[in-house]
Write a protein that binds this ligand. Structure first.
Ligand code: DSN
Length: 412
């Protein structure tokens, strides 16, 4: 069994090495992040917080967690940071549990507009426990409709407004969101999971000065271990910490907390700023290439690490769904995910769109030439999808490109 399992890990390593990864929420963690995640800190129980634990033997892990908290505060210029949330969804659960009562009214971006399941979708705990009112994007510009949001806030007087998205390529106006929240006495909660690395590198504006609470994952653009974190204004910190533990979680994952600290330090290195800048430049370049090839992009392009192709515009390819294209590209070694687009009539399992992001391939060292090439290959695969010879040639070329750009194993 053990051997089989390690064979599987080895196979996954090879899969990652030999495919082009365009999943906007994935990345390749450094060997220092992987080493901390795989360390003996996994053996330690440490329920509580530094200096206030329910177990003996916590004198070292206390220092680890304190280090991670301070590194997180420094990186995001934050008053208060909780590094114990196991994941982005757990972080959001803890935020709602801290500051809302069951049934409270909340505004959140709808899933088809680019929001996240935990922002009030009816099949998620958030939509079941709280009275979420969805807001969306403008039909024409496909950007957040702040006027509609303001009007919904005035009408429903929510306790909280949730901003942040999983599939929205544009910057958000945090100042306007904060003003709307203040006008109805609501808390502003921003989930910056997707963009945290770009915020850390100061490539795009930070929600931290504007929001009462900010949650994030640490493994997307931030390139750390799989996990969550929560930032609050000082006055909300004690309530939040109590909700995370003992409210929602038991023992913290000290090995992951150590890896978060490694990632926070890595993100303050000048080379991370270059990386984050390249992520956005690559996304803009790739989006423009698709646009030049005749594809329709949601909002016409991107300001961030991701963009969405709208496959409902059929002139390039006939009728194809997101599911079709995800599967087609996957066979040629290009990994993407199907995604709903604004006002999609397809289900989230089928979708009319494809989401693509550049964090992972930028870590690999892809630049302008390579991302343009990948976009052209994707177009070729779609256009020649019934020509096995063409698909075989592209698949070989994808493998060769991956060999030229191995996944870096070093630390920053
Ligand atoms: N599943 C993540 C994403 O891919 O965007 C969000 O949690």
């Amino acid at each position: 069994m053990k051997n089989n399992l390690f064979n599987l890990i080895d196979l996954e390593k090879r899969r990652q090495a030999s495919t082009v990864n365009l999943i906007a929420s994935e990345n390749y963690a450094s060997s220092a992040v992987l080493a901390a995640t795989g360390s003996v800190l996994t053996n330690k129980y440490a329920e509580g917080y530094p200096g206030r634990r329910y177990y003996g033997g916590c004198e070292i892990v206390d220092q680890v967690e304190t280090y991670a908290i301070e590194a997180g505060k420094k990186l995001f210029k934050a008053d208060h940071v909780n590094v114990q949330a196991h994941s982005g969804a757990s972080a959001n659960f803890a935020v709602y549990f801290s500051f809302l009562k069951l049934g409270d009214t909340v505004l959140g971006m709808s899933l088809t507009a680019g929001g996240h399941l935990t922002h009030g979708h009816h099949i998620n705990f958030s939509g079941k426990f709280y009275n979420f009112i969805p807001y969306g994007v403008d039909q024409e510009s496909e950007r957040i409709n702040y006027d509609q949001l303001e009007q919904l806030a005035q009408q429903h007087k929510p306790k909280m407004i949730v901003a942040g998205a999983s599939a929205y390529a544009r910057l958000m106006d945090y100042e306007r969101l904060a003003k709307i929240a203040q006008s109805v006495n609501a808390l502003l909660f921003v989930d910056m999971a997707h963009i945290a690395g770009l915020v850390a590198a100061d490539i795009i504006p930070s929600p931290v000065p504007w929001a009462d609470i900010v949650s994030s994952t640490t493994h997307k653009t931030l390139r750390g271990p799989r996990g969550g974190m929560i930032i609050t204004k000082q006055a909300l910190g004690a309530t939040l910490d109590k909700s995370v533990m003992p409210g929602c979680q038991g023992g913290p994952l000290m090995h992951v907390i150590a890896a978060k600290a490694v990632a926070f330090d890595e993100a303050r290195h000048p080379s991370f700023k270059t990386y984050a800048n390249n992520v956005v430049t690559n996304a803009i370049t790739m989006a423009k290439t698709f646009s030049d090839l005749g594809y329709r992009l949601v909002t016409g392009g991107t300001d961030t690490h991701l963009f969405l192709l709208d496959l409902r515009d059929t002139k390039n390819h006939g009728t194809l769904t997101g599911k079709d294209v995800e599967e087609l590209l996957g066979k040629c070694g290009i990994i993407v995910n199907r995604n709903t687009v604004p006002f999609d009539t397809q289900s989230p399992l089928i979708t009319s769109g494809i989401r693509m992001g550049t964090p992972a391939l930028t870590t690999r060292g892809f630049g302008k030439k390579e991302v343009e090439q990948v976009a052209v290959w994707i177009d070729d695969i779609i256009r020649h999808r019934n020509d096995d010879n063409q698909l075989e040639t592209i698949t070989d070329n994808v493998k060769k490109l991956c060999e030229q750009f191995p996944i870096p194993t070093g630390t920053l």
